[in-house]
Each structure stands twice: as structure tokens, then as C-alpha cells.
Design a protein around this ligand. Structure first.
Ligand SMILES: NC(=O)C1=CN([C@@H]2O[C@H](COP(=O)(O)OP(=O)(O)OC[C@H]3O[C@@H](n4cnc5c(N)ncnc54)[C@H](O)[C@@H]3O)[C@@H](O)[C@H]2O)C=CC1
Ligand SMILES: O=C(CO)COP(=O)(O)O
Length: 342
């Protein structure tokens, strides 16, 4: 393996952060990994395994786990941010005083902040002093951590406002089993990655209720229509939603049993309450919180998002899931296309 001089800091040692750290370390980068749970940092150091979030995989010797965030980010020109969205701002605020000028931050979190309705790069925009010259890039697309650890051929997108930064990050992450595309549509890629989690819960609900493949296909398709509608309203390019971060990730998480979001939905469909499901889940299912943000955004921006609205009622107002499906089916009839033919 070639040793690469650049030293990268990965912030967040959940399943995805650990996987990205491992991928980069195997490429030859020196990688520091910030671990929130102090005992876990020691365990990873000793056993080379993330026993809490990614059990069963042997991690690269080149990963240096640490509970000290300053140590992980100081003097790093490239950082990867992978903490769940509800703690993103508080962790980012801890990072700001230690960031190196002109560093690049790759954000791999999928969510929308509840309190502000901002995307993750929106949070950075709010808290980063412009004088630091830091660029934020989004990484999204269909990529279950465990499959990437198994080196399953995978393709993702990195989106940045400037092409040069996107190309740099593309090359940093690319491996023969991890193909990276670039995109200039940061808001689109970010929204696609966050919103698909809400639809994945809905797909799980339908499967848990025992509905068939017709239902799932309809849900994915009309879910994509909703995601696109909100995305375009917020400035995204519509074709981004036909890409890896859009339909790609939507298909993966609506159909793949490895999805935590789909699993939450499935269990809801089977009759468990959200409280029961969350009680035995250590990992994050971002769609639960994102659903609240989407519900608020749709109201604020006057965007019609019936599936997300029903999901909000199931998750947060105890609506009966079967009733929610029938309420969707009984809505006013409408045209599928939302634009006139040329
Ligand atoms: N797991 C996957 O396959 C993929 C996950 N993602 C996204 O990556 C982000 C992170 O998810 P995962 O790595 O899957 O997490 P995870 O669900 O495996 O682990 C939870 C993480 O949250 C951290 N955490 C909990 N409380 C915290 C606090 N108060 N402060 C700081 N950190 C805290 C834990 O230390 C752990 O790193 C999410 O937005 C997820 O949607 C994106 C692509 C793939
Ligand atoms: O985003 C993911 C894969 O691209 C992971 O999905 P879940 O969070 O639903 O497991």
C-alpha cells in the first residue's frame, strides 16, 4: 500500500464514519477518527474493531481513534464530518476554533436540522467565519456502510460549488470498489440524501403492513415526485433527483433490509410504537427527525408533500399506518405530470 502524506480527520465513529475512515486508511492516508464514546476509542485502539457500530470488521492499523476533537482536527486540510444531524451543530461549533484556514470539510451526514430547517452545509455557512476560506462538500448516494466494508462495488456523488474542490475530493475517496462522481448541485444532493430517509420509513411501513410490490413501487415513485418538488422549490436542479443521491439512494433504502429507516417503518407497520422501536435502537434513523423538518418546510414553502405529511402523523401523532395509506389513496385525483408538455 502506498503511503500518502495528507493526514485526514474523520469526525464521528458511527458505522459510516468508521467505514469512510477505513476506506481512506486503506488507500494510504493517515486517518484520525474522533470517537464520541470514550471507552469506544480505547476499544478501537486495542482491538481494531468498532464493536458498537460496526462489529465483525477488522479496521486498518492506520486509523488513530481519539476522544479529543482538537487533536483530531488540528492541522488537517481535509476533514470528513459524519455525526448524526441532531448533534451536528454542537460538534461543528466545537470544531470551529481549531480549523485550519482553507481546509475542505466533506459532509457525509444526511439530515435537516429541526430547529432551523437548515441542511448540514447550511449550518456550516451560518457558523464559519468567511475569513477562514473553508469549503464544504457533500458526499451522498446509495452506500450501506457494511457493503462498503465488504468492498461491494458502490457509486456515490460529491457535490461542491467549485469544480476543483469536487474533483479533489473525488480523487481522495475513489477506489476500484468506490466510484465517485462529482456534481455542482450541492443543495440538490444534500436534500435528496436527507429526504429519501422519510420515504424509506414509509416504504417500510407499507411492507410491514403486508402490502405488495405495487404499493412499494408507487410509493417510491410518488415519493421521488415529492422530494423533487421540495428540492426544486429550494433551488435544486430537477435532474439531480434522477441521480445517485436521488433515485439511487431512494431505491437502496426503500428496498434494502440493511436500512435502519426502512426497518423503523417496517416495525411501525407491524404494530410496534415508535417508543418501543427507539428503545432498542442504538443507531440513528435520520428520517424520524428529518420528517419533522420536511413537514415544517413543506408548510412554510407551500409545497404539497402528502406522503411526508402522513409519515409525520404516523411518527409524531400516533396515526394508524393503515389509515394513512388509505388517506393517501383517497386524495383528490390529479395529473401525474406537474408541467405542460413542450
Ligand atoms: N450507516 C450508513 O450506512 C450510512 C449513514 N449515513 C449517514 O451518516 C450519518 C451518521 O450515521 P452513522 O455513521 O450510520 O451513525 P450510527 O447510527 O452508526 O452511530 C451513531 C453515531 O452517533 C454518535 N453520537 C451519538 N450521540 C452523540 C453526541 N451527543 N455527540 C456526538 N456524537 C454522538 C455516535 O458516537 C455514533 O458515531 C447519518 O446522517 C447517516 O444518515 C450516510 C450513508 C451511509
Ligand atoms: O443512507 C444510507 C445508505 O445510503 C443508510 O440508510 P439508513 O440510515 O436507512 O440505514
Amino acid at each position: 500500500m502506498r503511503h500518502i502524506e495528507e493526514h485526514i480527520g474523520v469526525i464521528g465513529a458511527g458505522s459510516w464514519g468508521t467505514t469512510l475512515a477505513h476506506l481512506l486508511a486503506e488507500k494510504g492516508f493517515s486517518v484520525s477518527l474522533w470517537v464520541y464514546e470514550k471507552d469506544l476509542a480505547e476499544t478501537i485502539q486495542k482491538t481494531k474493531e468498532n464493536t458498537l457500530y460496526l462489529p465483525g470488521f477488522s479496521l486498518s492499523e492506520r486509523i488513530m481513534p481519539s476522544g479529543n476533537i482538537e487533536e483530531v482536527i488540528r492541522h488537517r486540510s481535509l476533514l470528513v464530518m459524519v455525526v448524526p444531524s441532531h448533534v451536528y451543530r454542537s460538534v461543528a461549533l466545537q470544531m470551529v476554533p481549531h480549523l485550519q484556514e482553507n481546509a475542505v470539510i466533506v459532509s457525509a451526514t444526511k439530515g435537516i436540522e429541526n430547529e432551523t430547517l437548515l441542511t448540514m452545509s447550511g449550518i456550516w455557512k451560518e457558523i464559519l467565519p468567511e475569513s477562514l476560506g473553508i469549503r464544504v462538500v457533500t458526499l451522498a448516494g446509495p452506500s450501506f456502510a457494511r457493503e462498503v466494508m465488504q468492498k461491494t462495488p458502490t457509486a456515490v456523488t460529491v457535490a461542491a460549488e467549485d469544480r476543483e474542490t469536487a474533483r479533489k475530493v473525488q480523487h481522495v475517496f475513489h477506489t476500484p470498489y468506490f466510484r465517485v462522481y462529482t456534481s455542482p448541485d450541492k443543495v440538490g444532493v444534500e436534500l435528496a440524501g436527507a429526504l429519501k430517509n422519510v420515504i424509506a420509513i414509509a416504504a417500510g411501513v407499507c411492507d410491514g403492513l403486508g402490502y405488495g410490490l405495487n404499493t412499494r413501487a408507487a410509493l417510491i415513485t410518488r415519493g421521488l415526485a415529492e422530494i423533487t418538488r421540495l428540492g426544486v422549490r429550494m433551488g435544486a436542479h430537477p435532474l439531480t433527483f434522477a441521480g445517485l443521491s436521488g433515485i439511487g439512494d431512494l431505491l437502496l433504502t426503500c428496498t434494502g433490509d440493511l436500512s435502519r429507516n426502512r426497518t423503523v417503518g417496517f416495525r411501525l407497520g407491524r404494530g410496534e410504537t415508535l417508543q418501543e422501536i427507539l428503545a432498542d435502537m442504538r443507531m440513528v434513523a435520520e428520517g424520524i427527525r428529518t420528517c419533522t423538518s420536511v413537514y415544517e418546510l413543506a408548510k412554510k414553502l407551500h409545497v404539497d408533500m402528502p406522503i411526508c405529511e402522513q409519515m409525520y402523523q404516523i411518527l409524531h401523532e400516533n396515526k394508524n399506518p393503515r389509515q394513512a395509506v388509505w388517506d393517501l389513496m383517497e386524495r383528490d385525483l390529479k395529473s401525474e405530470l406537474e408541467f405542460p408538455l413542450p
